[in-house]
Design a protein around this ligand. Structure first.
Ligand code: BES
Ligand code: ZN
Ligand code: MN
Length: 502
């Protein structure tokens, strides 16, 4: 169990005032204009590049057709006086539309394109050092613990190893780079957990890896095993986990930083077969991502500690494997959620809400001011909003605040309603609640309404359904590769920052 060693971090990040002698590639930004591409930022680093070199570079880039369109990549040999082998120009699009997210995406595209390069130096730091650093790091991220050749996916090359950010003076950007690196590493930690296959990441192992990371960071940790869960009455977590030979866990990790208390809850289904209500074979392998909510909240509480955020954060994370077997729960079974609510399990594939409800009631005992749950909860999220837009439900004011902050960091969450009329469809003939409605209408919202039943009185609540956004089954784009994306770690950080600033 070399758990925590199965991590793939990104390149080293550093600040620099000059182009070092062992630098391979210079990465510059280009914006579009009516007169062709323009180097951005337009005046910074002339002492390093030289005005003449700058003009020559632009000339050559135009000659090979560079336009500066968003994420366009153009690689040319470098003028000798620069002392690097080549120049990579990355498009930023129209100058007036360049924001932090565009810089992150363009830097990400550059980071992906530079596989095989040892050290890159970039002027993108002249636009936004933090965004550029996050983009490079996340774009260059690869996950290789299960490849015999660790430099895969391009074995002949290997990922980008180091990025240096040009700064105008030595003190510039130290704080921004520290924060960007911590943030990007947290996103990578979440990605690593998601990308670790279900053969290797099962509830006990997931809890143990999270515990190791948390203890190494000096955080308080509590792990409940299946016996403790049974003693305390965590019927939702036990019901979902009982079909698997690999028993469930509940882990709690706390960062104490201030008076305001935030409870984070993350769905940690290490694999979701659907249970007895089994899923079709096609694409079932993607259910390795069904613990992405757990991964995100664990990474976030670690990040809150690393950044010493002045807010108290407790992650409460239920972990279970949803399997069909002779010990599995059956459709029609009734279980008792932690706290006493009885539930008729009509569909064993609606397991996320069962483990989350237990965790939400437990988190409520800490009397938090805010409760945020994150889950790959419904296929209906993908139907409603597509693969890249998290659905955000909850108490209205906080829901809208979380959605706004998610937009601001480029994770693009969108506020969704919890229509009151759907609630009656969760009534059961034998228990307090049924775990599904008898129809498919508003599936994401019905799941949200189920969770709403377990929100502690008076607590501001947001529920993030990231079924699509947490796991990229398509090709790479911007700073996102295939597999785990780390969404919504940066949204959660923005929310914690915003609460800390109240
Ligand atoms: N983990 C799935 C949701 C999911 C689907 C995540 C696709 C990522 C991609 C969840 O446990 C599930 O199976 N939900 C059911 C709920 C239904 C039975 C009400 C679904 O969405 O089909
Ligand atoms: Zn699931
Ligand atoms: Mn399911």
């Amino acid at each position: 169990m070399t758990a925590v060693a199965d991590r793939s971090l990104g390149p080293e990040l550093a600040r620099t005032a000059t182009i070092g002698s062992d630098t391979d590639v210079l990465v510059i930004g280009l914006t579009t204009s009516d007169d062709g591409p323009v180097i951005a930022p337009d005046d910074a680093f002339d002492d390093v590049l030289g005005a003449v070199t700058r003009a020559a570079l632009l000339e050559q880039l135009r000659a090979v057709g560079a336009k500066g369109k968003a994420e366009e990549l153009t690689r040319i040999p470098a003028p000798v006086e620069l002392g690097v082998t080549s120049v990579l120009a990355v498009g930023l699009g129209a100058a007036e539309k360049v924001d932090a997210e565009q810089i992150r995406k363009s830097a990400g595209a550059a980071g992906r394109a530079l596989a095989g390069v040892g050290t890159a130096v970039t002027t993108l730091s002249g636009l936004d050092l933090g965004a550029a650093a996050e983009g490079f790091y996340l774009g260059a991220y690869t996950f290789t613990p299960f490849k015999s050749d660790k430099s895969a996916p391009k074995p002949e090359e290997g990922p980008l190893r180091r990025v240096e950010f040009l700064v105008p003076e030595p003190e510039f950007g130290e704080e921004a780079l520290f924060r960007a690196q911590a943030t990007a590493e947290a996103v990578a930690t979440a990605r690593d957990f998601v990308n670790t296959p279900p053969s290797h990441l099962y509830p006990a192992e997931f809890a143990s890896r999270a515990q190791q990371l948390a203890e190494a960071a000096g955080l308080e940790v509590e792990v409940l095993d299946e016996k403790a869960l049974a003693d305390k009455g965590f019927g939702g977590i036990l019901g979902v986990g009982k079909g698997s030979s690999r028993p469930p866990r509940l882990i709690r990790i706390s960062h104490r930083g201030g008076d305001k208390k935030v409870a984070l809850i993350g769905k940690g289904i290490t694999f979701d077969t659907g249970g007895i209500s089994i899923k079709p074979a096609a694409n079932m392998e993607n259910m390795t991502s069904d613990m992405a909510g757990a991964a995100a909240v664990i990474a976030t509480v670690l990040l809150a500690a690393r950044l010493s955020l002045p807010v108290s954060v407790t992650a409460t994370v239920p972990m279970a494997e949803n399997m069909p077997s002779d010990t599995a729960q059956r459709p029609g079974d009734v279980l008792t959620q932690y706290g006493g609510t009885t539930v008729e399990v009509i569909n064993t594939d609606a397991e996320g809400r069962l483990v989350l409800a237990d965790a939400m009631v437990r988190a409520g005992e800490d009397e938090p001011d805010y409760l945020i749950d994150v889950a790959t909860l419904t296929g209906a999220q993908l139907v409603a909003l597509g693969t890249r837009t998290p659905g955000i439900m909850g108490t209205e004011e906080f829901r809208d605040r979380v959605a706004r902050l998610s937009q601001e960091v480029g994770e693009n969450g969108w506020a969704m309603p919890l229509p009151a009329e759907l609630r009656a469809d969760l009534n059961s003939k034998v228990a307090d609640l049924a775990n599904v409605t008898p129809h498919r209408n508003g599936g994401m919202l019905a799941a949200g309404l189920y969770l709403k039943e377990f929100v502690p009185e008076g607590v501001q609540w947001a529920h993030l359904d990231v079924a699509g956004p947490a796991y990229n089954t398509g090709g790479p784009f911007g700073y996102i590769g295939k597999g785990g994306t780390g969404v919504p770690v940066r949204t959660l950080l923005a929310v914690l920052d915003d609460i800390a600033a109240e």
